[in-house]
Design a protein around this ligand. Structure first.
Ligand SMILES: [Zn+2]
Ligand SMILES: [Zn+2]
Length: 695
């Protein structure tokens, strides 16, 4: 099968992309999620309900009102460290002596705003799907606290980062989104949130208020975590927290139904001021729950404990009297319900473990062998016995001690369930990764072996897919691969992505692997039997292809590259390195240009050096010559009998060298431009030439 070098390269690129996609699909954790229908499912009743207990309803809410104060990039030491003591006196007082619970919440990478908001509200772990979906930020379809709260008739008000408005377009009774587009602005963006506060805190017509402040994150991006601006911003946030807390306390009428104020961050901030990766500074965020329900006795010292960020979803659901989101992998933060009667505590723990074990059942085929599931069954049984005892003889110390034992069992089960779910989500799919790697390597070898042919005069390749010897090898390989696939996919607990594909698609991948291997092998033999190669080139030379394409590869590359780059600009919340695609594009373009020029001038393509384009019209010259080449036999004539005489004049030695050097010159200029101002996070620590010039 004979192919033009452009078609061949495009084919290889497609295969490479397919291989990389397969690899990534295996590399990113498969999402642990619940496929069950969202509504119309009654909550799990208390064990032994019907027999002796009749508590089948969801427990009532613990808090009347909830205010979530989300400060973007609120690292744990901004609140609990020396900066907190210095700049957030009110918060420090609450953390150390007030009625509050403090935690260091660990965020999972990618530590970027949208996936973190999702994790906070759904309690689920991010998967490959999330990374893809983040590119166009659609409505959050997964079961989450906000949707549940709205369904329960809660009135929710939101002010802050407009990501929330995109995620929940119809959920808020009132909202004002601020854009995170102007990173250099850290004042207005927060004032736009604060200006609503005075009015809304006086009003009675809401149940949930969410505020998302972006200023701190912007300061981080501009000048890093040790900038003096951070201190100012933290003081501002502290006064806002004080304002909200005093307003909530003033309004609290019913001591049995207090309000809850949640201070949290979505992710941390690296020492360079960015975020996205998994360093300790980016992963650890502060989480403080403030409510008069957490009143402490004198001398009660509470240190911040470590929790997962995903634990907030379950805690909020229980605090608001809502069902726990179905895909939640987090556990209830137990100190929140510690002050409640034993029966309620056990009920909350039961609801959480039931939800987690259901999720485990849906995602793990051999779930009943998991230790967490067994622990859950044991605790449920002891819970049932305890209820019977509790209803018979109330208020005895024996009942309380037994209850404490059941509680311990539940907490252990909760921990193990969480662990096996998160391990599940962090499992690599080695089979898909291996297949992806093989595809990429095969395409790469084929490309490398074809370089001599691609550089030859006609830029044509004879891809030996159809020769009969190949066929035999091909069928044998296909058979072996199919056998391997069946063995891997029928193994006990396989959860490979490739196995979940329809047989036809998997078969296609196997065919591709076998075919590529055959092609690679025969390309290899051809390289060793060199003469044959030459004769094929000659053959190709005699029969030029009849191509009518009006676009050259370079045109196509610049067009598709530009479109791709423009599209990538829309993904500001996930990739903070969009400019990398631009660098990549420009470099590729230069190298492709270089390849064209060298082929023409050095390898005697189109024969004599006089066909080297003129320096002045270098780009036009190449394009004209290229298009001439593409246009087939007539075009061939065209480039010999130049359309634009000036472009194909004979070149003197020095000019010729300039033509040859120009792509490298352009590349060097690009590199220089790049170091003029290093944007993004990755190279932010390198000194900028621009700074040096303006100094
Ligand atoms: Zn953020
Ligand atoms: Zn940011």
């Amino acid at each position: 099968m004979r192919l033009g070098s452009g078609t061949f390269a495009a084919g290889c690129v497609v295969i490479e992309v397919l291989g990389v996609a397969l690899f990534l699909r295996g590399f990113f954790p498969a999402p642990v999620f619940s496929g069950a229908e969202r509504q119309a499912e009654s909550p799990a009743p208390e064990p032994s309900a019907g027999a002796s207990s009749n508590w089948t309803e969801l427990p009532p809410p613990l808090f009347s009102k909830v205010v979530i104060l989300l400060i973007d990039a609120l690292r744990d030491d901004f609140v609990f460290g020396s900066k907190g003591v210095k700049f957030m006196p009110y918060t420090t007082y609450l953390v150390e002596k007030g009625s509050s619970l403090s935690f260091v919440a660990e965020a999972k990478p990618p530590t970027v705003t949208m996936p973190r908001i999702k994790a906070l509200l759904t309690g689920s772990l991010p998967g490959f799907i999330d990374v893809v979906r983040n590119l166009n930020s659609p409505t959050l379809m997964e079961d989450n606290v906000i949707t549940r709260a709205k369904a329960a008739g809660k009135r929710i008000i939101f002010y802050g980062d407009e990501t929330w408005v995109k995620l929940f377009p119809k959920h808020f009774v009132e909202y004002d989104g601020t854009t995170s587009f102007f990173v250099s602005d850290y004042t207005e963006v927060d004032n736009n949130v604060t200006r609503h506060l005075d009015k809304v805190l006086k009003r009675q017509d809401w149940d949930m208020l969410i505020l998302h402040y972006l200023g701190l994150d912007h300061i981080g991006h501009i000048s890093g975590p040790s900038s003096p601006l951070v201190g100012h911003k933290l003081s501002e946030m502290d006064s806002i927290l004080m304002k909200i807390h005093t307003a909530l306390l003033a309004e609290e009428r019913d001591p049995l139904l207090p309000s809850l104020l949640v201070l949290c961050g979505d992710h941390g901030m690296s020492e360079a001021g960015g975020h996205g990766a998994s360093s300790m500074e980016e992963v650890n965020t502060a989480l403080v729950l403030v409510s008069s329900a957490f009143e402490r006795k004198p001398g009660d010292v509470r240190h911040p404990t470590r929790v997962q960020q995903t634990d907030l979803a379950a805690t909020l659901s229980i605090g608001l009297g809502l069902p726990i989101p179905k895909s939640n992998t987090g556990g209830l933060m137990f100190p929140v319900v510690e002050g409640r009667p034993m029966r309620e505590q056990l009920r909350f723990l039961h609801l959480n473990t039931v939800q987690l074990s259901k999720l485990l059942q849906e995602n793990v085929p051999s779930y009943n062998k998991e230790p967490g599931f067994e622990q859950f069954k044991v605790s449920e049984r002891s819970h049932r016995n305890w209820i019977r005892l509790y209803l018979e003889e109330n208020n005895s110390e024996v009942v309380f001690n037994l209850g404490a034992k059941v509680r311990r069992q539940y907490l252990d089960a909760l921990r193990t369930l969480k662990l096996s779910l998160s391990r599940r989500a962090a499992q690599y799919d080695v089979y898909s990764m291996a297949v992806g790697t093989v595809l990429v390597l095969e395409a790469l070898v084929l490309l490398l072996l074809s370089v001599p042919q691609a550089l030859s005069s006609r830029a044509e390749l004879d891809v030996p897919l159809l020769s009969p010897v190949c066929s035999l090898l091909f069928y044998l390989l296909l058979l072996a691969l199919a056998a391997l696939h069946v063995v891997v996919c029928t193994a006990a607990d396989s959860s490979c992505y490739l196995c979940s594909l329809p047989w036809l698609a998997a078969g296609g991948v196997m065919t591709l692997i076998a075919a590529l291997l055959c092609a690679g092998m025969s390309a290899l033999t051809r390289v060793f039997a060199g003469g044959k190669c030459l004769s094929q080139v000659e053959l190709a030379f005699q029969n030029p292809p009849q191509s009518t394409s009006r676009w050259s590869e370079l045109d196509l590359l610049s067009f598709l590259g530009t479109v791709g780059h423009v599209l990538s600009l829309g993904a500001s919340s996930f990739i903070e390195e969009e400019h990398q695609t631009w660098y990549f594009l420009v470099n590729t373009l230069c190298l492709a240009l270089c390849h064209q020029i060298y082929r023409k001038c050095l390898l005697g393509d189109d024969c004599a050096p006089q066909h080297c384009p003129h320096t002045g019209e270098e780009f036009d010259g190449v394009a004209v010559a290229l298009q001439g080449k593409r246009a087939g036999p007539e075009g061939w004539e065209l480039s010999r009998a130049p359309a634009d005489p000036s472009s194909l004049e004979a070149l003197r030695g020095s000019e010729r060298w300039m033509v040859l050097a120009s792509p490298w010159l352009v590349l060097a200029c690009c590199r220089l431009l790049r170091s003029l101002n290093q944007t993004g996070v990755q190279w932010a620590h390198r000194p900028d030439l621009g700074h040096w010039l303006t100094r």
